[in-house]
Design a protein around this ligand. Sequence first.
Ligand SMILES: [Zn+2]
Length: 266
Amino acid sequence: MDHPVTPCRGRKRQRDPENWTVNIKKRSRYVYSAYTILVLEYSFWLELLIYLGFGSLRTDVCSTCLQHDELLKVEKDISKRNDIMIYRRVHKLRAKAFYDLVREEYADVMTFCFDCQINCPMPKLPDQTTYYSRQLYLYNCTVIQGTSKDNTFAYCWTEDTFAKGSNEIASVVFHRLHSIDFIGIKTVRLIADGCGGQNKNSTMVTMIVKWLTNYAPETVKVVEIVFHVGGHSFIPPDRIFVMIEKDIRKREIIKNPIEYLTILEN
Ligand SMILES: [Zn+2]
């Protein structure tokens, strides 16, 4: 029995294998163009945000400032908001006042700024396996006497000889204090960052008391210790370390401490 062929109501799809490659190319062009537009739009908006004043991404922000910013976002009480804003203002003024203390120059005040450089690994080689092997560190504690970079003293040692703790840093400062004639000096000002393990500890205070009572000249009556406000202030040794690290980056191979010391001397 012959069945009559009923025509399909829908449109018959025209499958043409010869045009498949053309279709794939066409489709990939659409995807590529959409992706390009997306990337272009992302970079455009990023540049626009930076241009409008949002700035680049922050990486090294003061924890106190972050805390104040977050508190201001959630606090509704006006009096409490005012208190937070006052604390924030005082905090920033303290950071600014620190620079004034660093720059001060009086005939009867001697200033010392000291800080430790980032550890220098040995050997420094382009070989990738060096990164995964146990390297020996060279430590550098730099003391700047006065406000000029001309009087810079670098105390270096390797980690196999001594650690880098409060005892060693106090010894460095003691040696520097013990090596100078404090003629006409009444006040000694020590400036450092607030690192608890190295500078801001009882070992340092005890050493200063010992030096002031037993070794200091009679003219010296006061020793001030000034710690910078973290995240806002930089101390003079940081500028020296930037120059040193710039020279270190230029060298592909550093095998022994003598090469590091040569860079430091220059
Ligand atoms: Zn801050």
